[in-house]
Design a protein around this ligand. Structure first.
Ligand code: EPZ
Length: 427
């Protein structure tokens, strides 16, 4: 197990470049399976989840190559297999995205069901209902989904309006791109990552309208051609650096960012007393002293993102006053609160809400990351805390954050990564 060690109490200062989006890039890598030819994707982050998806593509017979840092060439002309290996789906749920493209392009897909996950139940029933609505025969046996359809047929598909599944919207959209006729997805997710995927498909010759709205219309085409596309900046990484500055104090400018993707986060931090300025592709965050308490409720885009909820939990734990945090997307996304409590936070979880009474200061402690976002939040808690915090399970953070420790160090954070085998890790 790898560890990140933080000595808290340092303000952050400087500029930090934001990487390409994890959740924006993974669908593009799956979408490249639809293309008979070469696609080039720019701004691809070097993170473990991207590497896992590339392993998946290679296992299916796709050729992938980085031609420059962040520039990925994918050639899916010769698909060798339509079976996704279990060991890769198990590692990362996002790899279920290959199901829609495989089915659309070859008429077959055999993909293991991803199962539950530490942030809560994460079924793929909406994806499967969508494939069935498009005319596929689908069986689920022995933990494996098998889908078959010589040619998918366009259909009207209603997703659950309360959940607005990002993954189901993307998988169904990918499948429908090569279907016969028109598909309409009602209650489609409007997340920037969905919009980016739709724009990539358009660049490759797909016919889509209603992109960015909750009614997505896909008119099937015979085939897609190669294209070049730049992945969007990672709004979760950006939000994490904004919260890092809010809890540690200081002044940080985020570069290569899309402020328009972060409206709910900007407004929440402003309500907490953080000063924020921004232009087309930068955000400046200035913070001093304890944040004010702000209640939040997570919601599909443009609401407050569930992926940044743990960061807000850290800010709330040192805020002036009491905050209520409601989690509406994933039922086990408060796992991190037990770890924060070990650092002195006063948090009570009642069902889908956490009541957080701010304390003047957290104190460093050994803690355990249980998922990507919980891990990042614990690092933020370490930056804000007095003394030394050891975050175990650093490998979770590597799944989704590119050079996280290095970027925080460049801002003046006293933070180090170490292998725990052998010598103690000193900061
Ligand atoms: C995506 O997961 C992201 N992952 C998650 O980011 C993110 O937290 C989530 O969207 C919500 O924004 C990727 O993009 C790879 P959903 P996804 O389908 O698509 C229920 C991170 O840390 N649901 O929008 O799996 C589901 O249980 C990760 O980067 C069904 O019931 O999320 C949840 O309650 C974690 N049946 C809700 O819908 C289904 O078939 C929304 O999930 C699908 C989903």
């Amino acid at each position: 197990m790898e560890q990140i060690v933080v000595s808290g109490g340092r303000h952050l200062h400087g500029k930090v470049p934001i990487s390409g989006s994890k959740n924006g890039t993974l669908p593009l890598l799956a979408a490249a399976l639809l293309v008979e030819g070469e696609t080039v994707i720019e701004n691809v982050p070097d993170i473990h989840d991207v590497r896992t998806m590339l392993e998946m593509l290679e296992a299916l017979g796709v050729r992938t190559e980085f031609t420059a840092p962040g520039v990925l060439r994918i050639d899916a002309t010769d698909l060798r297999s339509t079976e996704a290996p279990y060991h890769l789906v198990r590692k990362m749920r996002g790899s279920f995205y290959v199901a829609g493209p495989l089915l659309a392009r070859t008429g077959h897909a055999k993909v293991p069901l991803p199962g539950g996950c530490v942030i809560g139940a994460r079924p793929v029933d909406f994806h499967i209902q969508g494939f069935k609505a498009l005319g596929a025969e689908v069986t689920e046996k022995g933990g494996i989904m098998k889908a078959r359809a010589p040619r998918l047929r366009g259909a009207r598909i209603y997703l659950d309006p309360r959940l607005r599944s990002v993954g189901a919207t993307i998988n169904i959209m990918l499948a429908a791109t090569l279907a016969d006729g028109t598909t309409t997805i009602e209650s489609a997710s409007r997340e920037p990552e969905v919009v980016a995927c739709a724009e990539f498909l358009r660049e490759c010759g797909a016919n889509l309208s209603g992109v960015g709205s909750s009614t997505l219309v896909i008119r099937g085409v015979e085939r897609l051609h190669g294209c070049r596309f730049r992945s969007i900046p990672d709004r979760m990484e950006a939000g994490t650096f904004m919260y890092a500055t809010a809890v540690a104090g200081g002044e940080v400018v985020l570069e290569n960012v899309r402020p328009d993707h972060l409206t709910s986060v900007i407004e929440t931090l402003q309500a907490a007393g953080v000063t924020i300025g921004y232009g087309d592709d930068w955000i400046r965050v200035q913070a001093e002293g304890r944040p004010e308490a702000v209640d939040i409720m997570t919601a599909p885009y443009p609401g407050f993102p569930t992926d940044l909820q743990p960061n807000h939990g850290v800010a709330a734990s040192i805020a002036r006053g009491t905050s209520i945090i409601e989690e509406t997307i994933f039922d086990a996304r408060f796992n991190y609160t037990d770890e924060l409590a070990r650092m002195g936070a006063n948090i009570k979880v009642v069902g889908r809400a956490a009541i957080v009474k701010g304390v003047p200061r957290l104190s460093g402690a050994p803690v355990e990351a249980t998922d990507i976002r919980a891990g990042a939040a614990l690092v933020l808690a370490g930056l804000a805390a007095e003394g030394r915090t050891e975050i175990n399970g650093a490998e979770f953070i590597d799944r989704g954050y590119e050079r996280f420790v290095e970027k925080l160090r460049s801002l003046g954070g006293e933070i180090l990564r170490c292998e725990t085998r052998g010598a103690p890790c000193l900061v």
